[in-house]
Design a protein around this ligand. Structure first.
Ligand code: GDP
Ligand code: MG
Length: 177
């Protein structure tokens, strides 16, 4: 089938290094997981086609590729985003504390006018590591509530709620288009 008339939704994954952005994308797009850490070099893009309200859309998932360590990402990365996930690792309090930095970066760089309506969600990843948790579900929910954004708890390793997260935001993005 031709791709030509299928709208593309640009989905960004932002968050500290090692929180599992690449793994979430791989889990969602390829249904795979690897525990070997490989810092992404260059841009990592994944595409997934899905049906929302009986229409096809292509999710184009942009995974940040190690630029986290070099400070701000270029505007090319943010420009034209339709949805954005801020990802943290529930076993790393620091990655949770940095959410507000990612939040600011995103909204200042992407040039989004209506912040309230923009489909942005927070993912607390690695919930399979329950014993190593440093951020409780309740605390993360409270943070998200104060910013009026949805919160998803996922595991890229076992796959829990990964589809739910991507598909909920995509639905929201389609609804406002
Ligand atoms: P990125 O730097 O944010 O892209 O993080 P990666 O996706 O490369 O993951 C960093 C490390 O965390 C890798 O060793 C992954 O295997 C591991 N990892 C990612 N997601 C999960 C998860 O849900 N559970 C567990 N246990 N490990 C994970
Ligand atoms: Mg990565």
């Amino acid at each position: 089938m031709s791709n030509r008339h299928i709208p593309i939704l640009k989905v960004l994954l932002l968050g500290d290094m090692c929180v599992g952005k690449t793994s979430l994308m791989r889990r969602y797009v390829n249904k795979t997981f690897t525990s070997v850490y490989k810092n992404t070099v260059g841009a990592d893009l994944g595409t997934k086609r899905l049906v929302i309200n009986e229409s096809l859309v292509n999710l184009q998932i942009w995974d940040t590729a190690g630029q986290e360590i070099c400070g701000k990402l270029g505007t090319i990365f943010y420009r034209g985003a339709d949805c954005c996930f801020l990802v943290f690792d529930v076993t790393s309090r620091k990655s949770f504390q940095n959410l507000s930095k990612w939040w600011e970066d995103f909204f200042s760089m992407a040039g989004i006018k209506n912040r309230d309506k923009f489909p942005l969600g927070v993912v607390g990843n690695k919930i399979d590591l329950e014993n190593e948790r440093e951020v409780s579900k309740r605390e993360a929910q409270q943070w998200c509530k104060s910013f009026s954004v949805p919160y998803f708890e996922c595991s890229a390793k076992d796959g829990s709620d990964v589809e739910l997260a991507f598909e909920s935001l995509a639905e929201k993005a389609v609804a406002i288009q």
